[in-house]
Design a binder for this molecule. Structure first.
Ligand SMILES: O=C(O)CCC(=O)C(=O)O
Ligand SMILES: [Fe+2]
Length: 353
């Protein structure tokens, strides 16, 4: 799936890598202002929001793009050069975006779902709440007086403490603040758990079913890309969390048995650039914007196409989350607001068998 993008001198080797490099965030060394992103030419990035607007205005479509209308539902755009790829601009309304952002931060990372933090810290309960309450995750050592004595020995587990408890006892224990851990949350898996080291699903791992509401939503969204008469069965999902400078390297999602079934991929938060390549990394990819609420379906041939996310935009002008920010304007939602103003979340839902 997400194979590492090997050594540095490979960086210019394929058309896909060249496109990733083109859109990746670099800082301008010549800039007087600290950490000023280097300008990037976005003129070749496909913009389905404006394609939808002009289609609604005058029925016109750019060359190579077709439209599928299912009943009274939203139009789906298809690419002539990549069958099985569907783009539904603004598929999720603001309330839905609000709901799935909150779920992605509060409930989805809860055990038995695993996250990238599992390997080091074991299962972590209530990470978002702990971050909001400024708690600190502290290593528990062999000694019960670990917090006093320092735990130089084996770490037996990790537990959240109030910040003042940790600071009053001195910094003798291994510890990390929950807010840093939340920032470093990169993925969580729902339903059947994906084992990244084996690059396969490990059905022996404890797991919950995909939550009903998410399952129903995915079934509805997947319907236009499903083989006739079949219903999508959501069995697993990966939630990706992106902060400024984060990217997802070019990859294929090839661990599911039946590629005629789509992957349903929902974008939330800051705008991103998505690269859709061909069956070889040598094929020059198409770049397109992904905004909060957009949904992509990848089925059939599109399942064999390399894709990735080289860039997210967190600046006011480019993030395009003003309407979403309004949804989080209640004071109880301020911590969500702070998070999403500099983040993007992607939920992609799969039928495994
Ligand atoms: O973040 C995205 O939009 C794409 C995610 C993806 O391709 C994946 O998780 O396999
Ligand atoms: Fe993918």
């Amino acid at each position: 799936m997400y194979g590492p993008d090997k050594v540095a001198d490979d960086s210019e080797r394929t058309a896909f890598r060249r496109a990733e490099k083109k859109y990746k965030l670099y800082y301008d060394p010549a800039s007087k202002k600290k950490k000023q992103p280097k300008n990037v030419d976005l003129s070749e990035v496909l913009d389905f929001k404006s394609i939808l607007e002009s289609y609604n205005d005058n029925g016109e479509l750019p060359l190579g793009i077709t439209v599928l209308r299912c009943g009274s539902g939203q139009p789906l755009f298809c690419l002539e050069q990549c069958t099985g790829f569907y783009f539904i601009p603004g598929a999720l309304n603001l309330e839905e975006q609000y709901q799935w952002i909150k779920e992605s931060l509060i409930n989805f990372p809860q055990p038995p779902n695993r996250t990238n933090h599992n390997a080091f810290y074991g299962p972590i309960q209530n990470l978002f709440l702990a971050a909001k309450e400024r708690k600190v995750l502290v290593a528990e050592g062999t000694s019960p007086a670990c917090l006093n004595s320092g735990c130089k020995g084996d770490v037996q587990g990790w537990k959240f403490f109030e910040e003042h408890v940790v600071s009053s006892r001195g910094k003798t224990c291994k510890s990390i603040s929950a807010s840093v851990l939340l920032r470093k949350l990169r993925w969580t898996t729902l339903g059947l758990q994906f084992d990244w080291s084996k690059r396969d699903y490990d059905v022996s791992l404890p797991h919950n079913k995909i939550p009903n509401a998410l399952s129903e939503l995915a079934k509805r969204l997947a319907a236009p890309a499903m083989p006739l008469g079949e219903e999508f069965q959501p069995e697993a999902a990966i939630v990706n969390y992106f902060g400024l400078g984060d990217s997802l390297g070019g990859h294929l999602d090839d661990m599911e048995e039946d590629w005629s079934k789509p992957i349903v991929s929902m974008s939330l938060g800051c705008k991103a650039i998505f690269l859709l390549g061909g069956k070889s990394r040598e094929d020059p990819p198409l770049a397109m914007f992904l905004r909060s609420g957009d949904v992509i379906l990848m089925a059939g041939e599109a399942r064999e196409c390399f894709h990735g996310v080289p860039r997210i935009f967190t600046d006011k002008e480019n993030a395009e989350i003003a309407a979403l920010e309004m949804q989080f304007s209640h004071e109880d939602d301020l911590y969500f607001l702070e998070y999403i103003q500099t983040s993007r979340i992607n939920i992609n839902i799969r039928q495994v068998y």
